[in-house]
Structure formats: C-alpha cells, structure tokens
Ligand binder design. Structure first.
Ligand code: ADP
Ligand code: MG
Length: 779
C-alpha cells in the first residue's frame, strides 16, 4: 500500500469520528431530526443503492423535497461512514451562483462545520474550499471550465447535475460532454436531478438510465386568475388603449392619476371591459407574441400593490413571494411599495428582494423568520421558482413573465425581453405557496392567457446565440462543432451554429478552417462573451486598457446607474453629468467608476453613490471583475505587469470609441437626422428607440453618424439600452465587413495584427503598433 493510501485512510477515519460526534451532539440531533422529516429521506437507501449500481441515475422530486441539500450529502455521509471519506470527491452543479453559495452554506450548517471544510463552493470570482473539501457546489459554468483543462475529470468520483429541468445552456452542454466522458471513466458516477416530471427525456438520453421519483408532500394551493383577483381586491383597470406606449414617462404619470390609491373601490376605469371583449377571448397558443402586449407592466405594479394590501389586511399570517421579471422591476416596485402607508411601514411589512446579484448578507435575510406581526414580502425573479426555497411562503403573486433571452437565427439577433412563462413554470410558482400549510396563488393574468402558454419553456440552447458556446466546444478539441452539438438533447438549428461559427471567424477567434486561432484560445479562457473578450485584448493592444477594462466589466456585470421609477428625471440628470458631450453611455460608465474609486479613497463612496444614483453593489462587482480580467491579461503577457504602456493612449477619446466599436460590432444603429427630430435604425430591426436613461436620449442632435450599442431590449418597440457615438472611419476600420458594404480587408488586417500580437513579445509589438496606430488615428 502506498504512503498516500495510508494518509487518506487515516484521514477517512478522522472524518468518520467527527461526523459521528456531530450526529450524536444535541444540536446535530436536532438538525438530523429535521433532515429526516424531508421526503428525500425515505428514499435514501434506494438512492444510494441505485448510485452504487448504475453509472447514471435520474432523480425527480418536488422542489423543497431535499434533492439539492440532501442527496449529495447522503452520499458524502455514506462514504465517510464506510471509511472512504477522504477518497471521494463529489461535485454538485447549480445553474446560478447564488444557489451554489446558499446551498453549500446550508449543507455545512447541517454538518456542523464551517463552510470551506468538507463542504465548499466555487463560483465566478468567489469560492470557499480547501484541501479537505470533498463536496463542492459550483455553477455549471465552473465545471465546464474545469473540463477544458481536465478532460477526464481526474480525481472526481461523483457528479450531480442539478435543476436539469430548466434546460439551461450550460446544463445541456455539460450533459453532452459528460455523456462523451462516461465510457472513458467507467468509475465516474453521474446523478441528474430535476424538479418536474419529464425524467424520461433525460433517462433515454443516457440509454435508459434508471429513474427515481421522490414523492413530494405539498399542501393544496388555491389558484386565482386575473378575473378572480379583480374581484378579491375590488380593483379595476384602465382600458388599455390609453396606456399602450409603455416605456414613456408620461404613461406612468397618467397611470397614477387614473388610479388614486386611497379610493380603491371607486376607481372608475375598466379592465372587465377588456377582459370579456375581443382582445383576450381569441388568443390561441401560437400567438404568444401578441399576448405580451395586452397588459403593460406598469399596471401590473398597481395590481400587485392592491393584492399585497389585500393580503396584509385580510389574510392569515404567512410570507408573500412576488415573482417579477428582473432587477429593474424589483427595484422600481420596491420603491413604489416603500412609499405606501401600509406596505412601506417596516413595523408591519418586511420588504425583501431576491435576485441573481444580491449580496450574501441580504440573501440570508430571506430565509429568516420575520418578527412577530410583521409580514415578510419577498420580491423575486424566477430564481425563487425552483433553486431557492423560502420555507414560510403561504402566498404567491405571479406576474406571469420572466426575462428570457431569445434568439432569432434568421436575423442573427439576440434580444433580452420579458416574455410569458410556460405552464410548467406557472404551476411551479404556484406550488411555492404550499410548503408549510395550504396556500394561495394570485396569477395576474386571465385563465385564457394561461391556457395559451406553451407547455414547457424552450431550452436555452435553442434560444441564445451560440458564439460563446461554440468557442468553448472548440477548445475541448472537438473536430466539428456542428457534429458535437447535433448530439445535444435537443440540437440547435444548423443555421444558428453556422452564424456562431461565422461570427467567430469574423472576430478572428477561428481561422478559415474553423480551427482556434491564438486569439480564440485566449478568448476561451476569459469568463466573458467572446466579443467583449476581444474588446479587452484590443484595449490592451491599443494602449487604452483601463477605460476598456471598466466598460467590459460593466457590460458583463450590469448597469450601475439606477433608475428609480419616481425619480427618473433626477437620475437621468445625474447620469448626464458623467457625459461631457461624449455621446456615450460607456464613457459615462468609465467616469462614474473612476469617480467612485476616488470617493472610496476619500471614504465618501456611500454619499457619492447616493448623490449620483449609482449602485454601490454593482460598482463593487465591476471592480472585482476588473481585477480578475486584469490578472488574466497580465498572466498571459498581454498587458505588462507594471501597466506602464498599457494606458499610454487612454486619454485618446477617438481611440477608445473605436475600440468600443470593435467589441460591440455588429451592434450598430445609424443616426438619421430630420429637420426637427432624430431617429435610429439598426441593420435588422429597422426603427429603434433609445432607452430613457441613455445619455444619448437627452440630445436633439448627435454629431455622429452611427451609434454602437451593447444591448437591445424589446418592449413593444426595440430600445437600445446603452450606446456610443462613432464616426464612419471608426466603423470601417474597427467594425466589420458584414452588411456594411465595406471591404473586409481592414478587418482581416486587424485580425492578422492581433494574431501577430498574441504570438510575439510586447516590445516587438510596440514598434509595429506605433506605426500602425499613427496611421489609423490620422484617418
Ligand atoms: P430541493 O433541492 O429538492 O428543492 P432543498 O434540498 O433545496 O430541496 O431543500 C430541502 C429543504 O431544506 C427545504 O424544504 C428547506 O426546508 C430546507 N432548507 C434548504 N435551504 C435552507 C436554508 N438556507 N435555510 C433553512 N432551511 C433550508
Ligand atoms: Mg434544489
């Protein structure tokens, strides 16, 4: 026996002793009692046996039955108990970073250990794990990254892939890779966990793997649809012709006037009208699109407020969970509710939020019991649908929508827009109210709309651009990306794959034969969209690294500029102060970030954020992402360690603009000036509008022929969220040939140049660069 073996055996014994000591302690027993009350416990032996006897097992069970926190833990405990604790290494993936963190913390509490000991987590930018960690919760993205460098997952004994029913892109991708790995690693065990009942799909994908269902236990939940909600709340809505221009300031104001809060029962206008007349009666299941325009979200807010009031006044105790589409809605609704006499009173209502980017401290609050006679209200994204369980929820309010990225392969455009959820999601949301006692769920849409929902949501793989995915697949040394993807659970359209490959060729990540270039290899290592990754490399090459670093980090975290519903004007003015006639949201971001760093040094960052309507939390996230990117680029030798030359040209605004263009292309809109007005046209959507909070929305004229943009959002019309003005020459030199009617020569030259750079030393490059740069800037 090797020395190593002996060491591990000794450690396994120690692990067993510690585990037994905890389970026999009073506190440990109490937690064990709780764990034994979960539905998963009854299936424990069957599960362990199935895992021992089969390489792949599929497990389904109601949310909250104990899949995530218990199943990997049972396995760990059983390995420890049989004296093999130190030999096992279990990974459990989560679709979202926040659930990986919350779950690992919960499991380590259940084991009476500090986080980072036997149980740890790892997500982008953060992690808690040590050499004694044998159960690791991580995002699916992290496991994929590990697979890039360690194709056989050496040392890992068990992989749990959780929440597969969500059909996230990373999960679907993981399944392809793992399916391919299993024959090579006969000893590796794979467990798939899913909340809903389509286990057969996954089982047959893995050649008929056994499935185990954990019978759930939930209380009945009474469903109210909009018809009933209106009756319950005595609330009536305006006829919606008057308010169909959602997104405009004036709509909101009108809305408030039409719905005086204090006279709830006497509100004059009428949705009932709308409800039984033509508008809703004749929707069929293939008109999901037209559905989305029937009720603007701002009405939804007032309706939610009315339902909340009703619950707080008339209903028995119990927490309320409100499903909204995203952070913007959550924060504006929170602001609205805070101004309400009942709902805004902290002695009566504890108002909390739950979304992907909340801080850990905030996250803990949502699990805690509120003080006596205070009602907990949690405003959440669809994250609270399955991956996070709040125990004391008795009431659910479901707006019926979720933000979903959609992808139109024909036009090759990604869009992020709130759209109707599936029937499966609606049921799942409803189920969240019946965890501890019978509950109630208020769906804020009529029953006929529910009937028109599709049964399941389309898998993410079929509704997102595949750029990043194809790059990652290629770096797994797969010969043909298309062939690889055709073995997915539900393969994407060949056209979508072709688009992605074409894009990767255009930005120079793939060469003509679809092989990874040096740039491509590097981009696959960056945890960011490849085009933003390229923007970073360009920023480094063209010596304006810092501003580009801030922009790329900002675009991959989220916008730090807040837009409170009732202070839109003030917030807009505050943001405009960061744009000294730059005509650029991206440069406003750079200035805001730099100002924040200064304020931080002076100890006044809190005031600074408050005054300028900035989110401190987002700025912090941007800051840490900046550090990570900076580290990776320095490590790769693309930026010098001392940063001496990488910022030589950061003050050159034209250059920074050009580099922004190089990253955001083909996100370009032309600026069309008419006598008194200005309009914008993208290549495929035609007419678009600027988002109210964009600095460019404040001008009557823009002295640039083009705007490049990072994101567009469709709410009836298409809005550009963020944009920067650029000139013709910037577009020609740094954009691309596609659809612009411009020769591809420049782009080729640029890509060739980057390749040269990636392959040679900095000094060599600099000489070459200076010459080229001078030429480019002169033009
Ligand atoms: P599933 O993965 O099947 O949805 P989980 O394993 O996440 O279920 O949760 C099982 C149970 O453990 C929940 O119903 C809840 O009672 C409890 N639980 C989970 N996370 C926490 C937490 N952070 N704090 C307190 N209890 C929790
Ligand atoms: Mg779970």
């Amino acid at each position: 026996e090797s020395v190593m073996e002996k060491v591990l055996q000794r450690r396994s014994l120690r692990m067993r002793n510690m585990q037994r000591a905890w389970q026999e302690s009073p506190e440990g027993r109490k937690i064990l009692d709780f764990r034994r009350s979960l539905p998963a416990f009854k299936e424990k032996e069957r599960l362990l046996q199935a895992i021992a006897q089969n390489q792949v097992v599929v497990i389904s069970g109601e949310t909250g039955c104990g899949k995530t926190t218990q199943l990997p833990q049972y396995l760990l405990e059983s390995e420890i108990e049989t004296g093999r604790g130190a030999f096992c290494s279990i990974i459990c993936t989560q679709p979202r970073r926040i659930s990986a963190m919350a779950v690992s913390e919960r499991v380590s509490i259940e084991r009476g250990e500090p986080l980072g000991e036997t149980v740890g987590y790892k997500v982008r930018l953060e992690g808690m794990k040590g050499k004694n960690t044998h159960l690791l919760f991580c995002t699916s993205g992290i496991l994929l990254r590990r697979l890039l460098s360690d194709r056989n997952l050496n040392g890992i004994t068990h992989v749990f892939v959780d929440e597969i029913h969500e059909r996230g892109m990373n999960e679907d991708f993981l399944l392809i890779v793992l399916k391919d790995l299993l024959p090579r690693r006969r000893d590796l065990r794979l467990v798939l966990m899913s909340a809903t009942l389509n286990a057969e799909l996954f089982s047959s994908y893995f050649g008929g793997a056994p499935t185990i269902h954990i019978p759930g236990f939930t209380f009945p939940v009474r469903a109210y649809f909009l018809e009933d909600v209106l009756e319950v709340t005595g609330y009536k809505l305006t006829s919606f012709n008057q308010i169909d221009d959602y997104g405009q300031e004036k709509t909101w104001k009108t809305q408030k006037q039409l719905v005086p809060r204090k006279r709830k029962n006497q509100i004059t206008t009428l949705v009932e009208d709308a409800l039984d007349k033509s508008t809703l009666g004749n929707y069929s299941s293939n008109t999901r699109d037209s559905l989305s325009s029937w009720m603007p979200d701002c009405i939804g807010f007032n309706l939610i407020e009315a339902v909340l009031c009703h619950i707080c006044r008339k209903e028995r105790p119990g927490a309320v969970l409100v499903f909204l589409t995203g952070w913007e809605d959550i924060s504006s609704l929170r602001d609205q509710l805070k101004a309400h006499p009942l709902l805004g009173d902290p002695n009566r209502v504890l108002l909390l939020t739950c979304h992907g980017s909340m801080a850990t401290s905030e996250q803990r609050l949502i699990f805690e019991k509120p003080p006596q006679n205070v009602r907990k209200v949690v405003l959440a994204t669809n994250m609270a649908e399955a991956s996070i369980t709040i125990n004391d929820v008795v009431f659910v309010i479901d707006c019926g929508k979720a933000k979903e990225t959609t992808y139109d392969a024909l036009n090759n455009t990604p869009c992020l827009l709130p759209s109707w959820i599936s029937q499966a999601s609606a049921r799942q949301r409803r189920g969240r109210a019946g965890r501890v006692q019978p509950g109630k769920c208020y769906h804020l849409y009529p029953k006929c709309v529910f009937a028109a929902f599709s049964e399941y949501q389309l898998p993410e793989l079929l509704r997102t651009p595949l750029n990043s995915l194809c790059l990652q697949i290629k770096s797994l040394q797969v010969p043909s990306v298309g062939e690889f993807l055709s073995s997915a659970l539900q393969p994407p359209e060949p056209l979508a794959v072709q688009n992605a490959i074409g894009f990767l060729k255009m930005i120079g990540a793939f060469d003509e034969k679809e092989n990874l270039s040096n740039l491509g290899k590097f981009l696959s290592m960056l945890p960011v969209d490849p085009k933003l990754g390229k923007m970073l490399v360009m920023g480094a090459i063209f010596h304006c690294f810092d501003p580009i670093l801030t922009i790329v980090s900002g675009l991959s975290v989220r916008d730090p500029f807040l837009l409170p519903q009732d202070k839109k004007d003030l917030a807009g003015t505050a943001k405009a102060r960061f744009s000294a006639k730059d005509y650029s949201d991206h440069m406003a971001l750079v200035r805001a970030y730099e100002g924040w760093k200064d304020a931080e040094r002076e100890g006044s960052s809190y005031e600074y954020c408050w005054r300028n309507f900035l989110s401190a939390q987002t700025l912090q996230a941007i800051d840490s992402l900046r550090r990570q990117f900076s580290f990776i680029l320095k490590d790769a030798g693309i930026v010098e360690l001392d940063g001496s030359t990488s910022n030589k040209l950061s003050h050159n605004q034209s250059l920074v603009r050009a580099i922004i263009c190089s990253g955001l292309f083909p996100g370009v809109a032309s600026v069309v000036h008419r006598e008194t007005s200005m309009s914008f046209k993208t290549m495929d959507d035609g007419q678009v509008l600027l988002y109210a909070n964009s600095v460019n929305a404040r001008y009557d004229t823009i002295p640039f022929p083009w705007l490049v943009f990072g994101e567009k959002v469709k709410v009836n019309t298409v809005f550009l969220r963020d944009s920067t003005g650029i000139s013709d020459s910037m577009l020609i030199l740094f954009g691309g040939a596609v659809k612009c009617g411009v020769q591809a020569g420049h782009l080729k030259m640029l890509n060739g140049y980057i390749e040269f750079f990636m392959d040679s030393s900095l000094a060599e490059c600099y000489l070459q660069l200076k010459e080229e740069l001078d030429k480019l800037i002169e033009n």
